[in-house]
Structures are given as C-alpha cells and as structure tokens.
Design a protein around this ligand. Structure first.
Ligand code: PHE
Length: 338
C-alpha cells in the first residue's frame, strides 16, 4: 500500500520546508481539504466493504502520524524564527545615543541682550516702539520736516502716504516722551528698514536707541555711559572719542568712535590704520524735539544715541558680511553657542 510512501514523502518535504509558511503549504498538501490523505479517505467508497475497516484504520493512523510530524516541525520552525527575530532586533544598550542638537541664540539677539544688560545696569528701561510708523514720529517730530535735506540721509520704504517702515528707532524717543515725563532713561531695541544693500548695510537691520532726559544732563554723562558700554562690550581698556557730526534731532551731534579692540588703538587693517572704529551716532536732544513732546527745554536736557546692533556684532565677533546674519547657515550660527 502507498501509505508508507506517503509518510516518507511527507517527512522529506516537511524537512525541506524553509519556514512555517512553507511548512503550512506542505501540511495542506497532505491534510488539507484537497490533500493526499483526504483523497485517500475519500477513496474508501471504492474499496470493498470487507477491506474498508482495515483501510480506514490505516489511513487514520497515517493522518495521526502526519499530524504529529507536522506539529513537531511547526514547533521547531517557530523556535528558529523567534530566535532569528530576537537576533535581528537585538538592541545594543552600550551604543552611545544620538546627541540632541542644542540651538544657540542668534548673534544679533546675543548682542541685543548684552546691550540691555549693560544699560539696565545703569538704570535704563526697555521700551519698544512700532515697526510701522507715521512720517510724524519717524521724521517730523524728530525735527526733520518734509523738505528737510536730512530725509535723504535714509532711503525710506513707504507703505502709503504718510505711513512708512521706520528708518530709525529714534521714532521711539517721541512716543516715549509723549507718554512719560522726565526723568527718562530709555533703551529701545528694534528692527529698522532702509533701501540700502552692501557688505555692511542690509534693507532690514537692528538698532538700539538710548535716551536720557533729566535736569542738568550734559555730553559728559553721555560719554561716561558710552565708555562703560565700550569697556563691557569690547575690552576693559576700550575708550571712546566724540567727533562732531550732524543729526536734525540732536544739537550738538556727535559720531562716537571706540578704540580698536583688535590692535589696542595702534592702527591695523580693521580700523584702517586710525586706531578708532565708528560705532554710533549720538548727541544732545535738540530742544525742538523736547518742545515737540511737551518737555520744557529750559528745565530739562537730554542725550540720545543710536547704534546698529549688527555693526556691534560684526566688530565684536569679526564678522565680514552683514548677509551672514540673515542667511541662517547653522555653521555660522553654531559658533555663537555658550
Ligand atoms: N537715528 C540715528 C541713525 O539712525 C542715530 C542717532 C540716534 C543719532 C540718536 C543721534 C541720536 O543714524
């Protein structure tokens, strides 16, 4: 009878099966609905009645043996597969983790914060004015009427008639003096906009405005505070120098130079051999500006200064092009980590 043959064949095929899926296919070829053993059982009908019980017994025994055979194989296949999966999914707990990348403050933010720290230490308060301004606050109240040639000093982006993107944080001086009576010690950081574009100028940059109004304020107070600023920002031996200049809203007006920190004032390529670097504009608040804000110039005097934050950062960190501040190249930005 073919029963033994079937058994042997099944054993060989089960042995050859590579995994539980293949093994299942083999099993179905024997014990499935259209499998060989099922076919044998069906063929019973064709067998004479006297031989039927013996035949049935044999086939049933075969089926049982096959079931035992397959379940033994199935178990081994499962074990093998589990072992393989565990090996594949093994986690190396000794492997160093991936470091989370820590961000850094933008150099403009760093310098801005540092400036606030320096001047807050001298009693200044921070006041922020709007970026969209009226001509009145940006120019007229700052003693720069429409026909004043100084309006050409700054190429202005107009939004509509009389409305513009502020060209200077000086606009904040007026807004603050309208609100607050002296004594005033204000620091006003913010974005300003000018139609200007080269290695040291960009259409948007940041300024830090300072304003002090009180009784008996003089240019000496200004220089004393700026000396302190230069020593903290650049080097403990930094000095400042005032040169005459012109701004419509200050009288007298000055350009403030800081001794070159790169050469200590001896003269080098950075300071173009002069030993000094221009860092900001300043002056005594023009009495017309005080009057425009309802402050009596007979009683009060004040000084104001305005500096470009990018310019300070470029000098402090030796940055060659203003574009670097807005390119957002992490290789550049990463250098300003603590
Ligand atoms: N607002 C001037 C500028 O943008 C700088 C300045 C501020 C000068 C305050 C004097 C006083 O150039």
């Amino acid at each position: 009878m073919e029963v033994d043959e079937v058994m042997q064949e099944a054993a060989r095929e089960a042995e050859q099966a590579q995994n539980s899926r293949e093994l299942y296919e083999v099993k179905m070829r024997y014990l499935g609905r259209t499998g060989k053993v099922t076919a044998l059982l069906k063929s019973m009908r064709e067998i004479s009645a006297d031989k039927r019980p013996a035949f049935g017994k044999t086939v049933n025994a075969l089926r049982e043996k096959l079931e035992t055979l397959f379940s033994a194989h199935e178990e081994r296949a499962k074990e093998r597969e589990l072992a393989r999966r565990l090996a594949e999914e093994r986690i190396d707990v000794t492997m160093p983790g991936r470091r989370a990348q820590k961000g850094a403050l933008h150099p403009v933010t760093r310098v801005k914060n540092e400036l606030i720290d320096i001047f807050a230490g001298m009693g200044f308060e921070v006041f922020e004015g709007p970026e969209i301004e009226t001509e009145y606050y940006n120019f007229t109240a700052l003693n720069t009427p429409a026909d004043h040639p100084a309006r050409d000093m700054q190429d202005t982006f107009y939004i509509s008639d009389g409305i513009l993107l502020r060209t200077q944080t000086s606009a904040g001086q007026i807004r603050l003096m309208e609100k607050k009576k002296p004594p005033i010690k204000m620091l006003s950081p913010g974005r300003v906009f000018r139609s200007d574009d080269d290695a040291t100028h960009s259409p948007m940059f940041h300024q830090m405005e300072g304003l002090v109004v009180d009784k008996g304020i003089t240019l000496c107070d200004l220089q004393g505070m700026l000396d302190e600023f230069a020593r903290t920002m650049f080097s403990s031996t930094s000095k400042t120098r005032l040169r005459p200049s012109y701004f419509p809203f200050t009288e007298p007006s000055v350009e403030v130079d800081v001794s070159c920190a790169a050469c200590g004032g001896k003269g080098c390529p950075l300071c173009k051999g002069t030993g000094w670097i221009e860092v900001l504009g300043a002056g005594m608040v023009n009495r017309r500006v005080l009057e425009n804000c309802g402050v009596d110039p007979e009683e009060y005097a004040g000084f104001a200064f305005g500096m470009g934050i990018e310019r300070i950062a470029m000098l402090k960190y030796g940055i060659g092009h203003i574009r670097l501040f807005t390119e957002n190249d992490v290789r550049f930005l990463e250098q300003f980590k603590d």
